[in-house]
Design a protein around this ligand. Structure first.
Ligand code: TXA
Ligand code: MG
Length: 349
């Protein structure tokens, strides 16, 4: 299949392109598109054949459910049932935006889209191109992140092309995404709202609206045997080709240890990548030293993390060392993704 790549500016959306992309989706085809979090791989959420195609294109296990993206509150009722009042409160506070809610599904949503579950994940993105595409497609787009299963989620269209060229009908290139990590997922089907995946909308922000909110224990306890409630969180994920280790501790010790390990690995012929921050990058020596951003503004680190992991692959890096990050605010989401990318391999110094 020939994959067409089309550039779209969020503030100057070409409606004729949207119409064409919408037709592709309505006909059961797949279109990748930008959102504020990461690029999504879209198909018609109400068409089970489209969902099957999404799993095939990603090489994703079909018990790992998809997120249904909507463009307006009026579209929520048709795909859900028994929606708790808490969901409307969260929607009012955070939609459109990087929050996904797990709710009971209606008959309309095929089990192929929900990985066989009776619940459905719903999100209303804030990215204008995403909203326009959802409307053009008839209101419901199922979209996982647009990467091959297991790889870091794409934050630029070129990474979507790398993974999806020849597998899908169209890629809408909207430039770099704003947030860089996937949406926060909160389960509202249990007595206490529970975070299944941390993201830009933090625990504190959810608690400010709802009061009591829990974190899925499988997410807090790094290498526990607990099964995460979001099926996708159990798979190896975000993994670069290189072998990644997180070095945690005081700044000076971390820098010293990473440089030590890097030299030892280089002596063995490995190509070493290092993830530092603005204040430390100049202190490292490796084959590729990356500045993840500013510790005082952790959203800069969120935005660059997946791109750095992808760049290491392009640079044929075989061993990677990363600093550790503060787990407050969005830091929780950063560490969740970094730990998964590292297979929970952490050395404390
Ligand atoms: O930011 C995002 O959420 C991006 C953009 C494209 O919107 N999408 C995304 O989708 O990250 P994906 O498929 O890569 O991750 C969806 C996660 C998976 O871990 C999946 O298991 C979980 O959501 N999930 C989906 N439906 C669920 C359900 N009914 N119950 C529990 N977990 C669910
Ligand atoms: Mg994903």
């Amino acid at each position: 299949m020939e994959t067409e790549v089309v550039k779209i500016e969020e503030d100057k959306i070409d409606q004729s392109v949207m119409k064409r992309a919408g037709e592709i989706l309505k006909a059961g085809g797949l279109v990748a598109f930008p959102t504020e979090t990461v690029y999504g791989l879209g198909g018609d959420a109400l068409n089970k054949e489209s969902s099957r195609k999404i799993y095939a294109a990603k090489g994703r296990p079909s018990d790992n459910p998809l997120i249904v993206h909507i463009a307006g509150m009026e579209d929520l009722d048709a795909i859900t049932k028994e929606v708790p009042e808490a969901a409307y409160r969260l929607a009012k506070a955070f939609w459109p935006g990087p929050l996904t809610m797990i709710l009971k599904k209606s008959e309309k949503v095929p089990l192929e889209t929900t990985g066989g579950l009776e619940t459905v994940a719903v999100r209303m993105p804030v990215h204008k191109t995403a909203l326009a595409l959802i409307r053009a497609a008839g209101g419901y787009i199922a979209a996982p992140s647009a990467n091959i299963s297991g790889k870091p989620s794409p934050t630029l269209a070129k990474y979507v092309t790398e993974d999806m060229n020849g597998r899908i009908e169209m890629i809408i290139d909207g430039g770099a995404v704003g947030i860089g990590l996937e949406s926060t997922i909160v389960d509202l089907t249990e007595d206490t709202p529970t975070i299944l995946r941390p993201g830009y909308i933090t625990m504190q922000m959810l608690q400010d609206v709802l009061g009591n909110v829990e974190m899925d224990r499988a997410i807090i306890q790094a290498d526990s045997k607990l099964k995460p409630k979001a099926p996708g969180m159990k798979y190896r994920h975000y993994a670069p080709n290189g072998d990644l280790t997180i070095i945690a501790g005081d700044k000076d010790k971390v820098v010293k240890r990473i440089n030590e390990l890097a030299s030892a690995m280089q002596a063995k012929g490995e190509r070493v990548g290092i993830i530092g921050t603005e204040e430390t990058v100049s202190l490292y020596h490796g084959d590729s030293v990356k500045n993840a951003g500013n510790r005082e503004q952790e959203e800069t680190i969120a935005r660059s993390l997946f791109q750095i992991l992808r760049e290491f692959d392009d640079e044929k890096i075989t061993v990677i060392y990363s600093e550790s990050f503060d787990e407050s605010g969005i830091g929780q989401a950063i560490m969740n993704r970094l730990l998964k990318a590292a297979g929970h391999h952490v050395e404390n110094v």
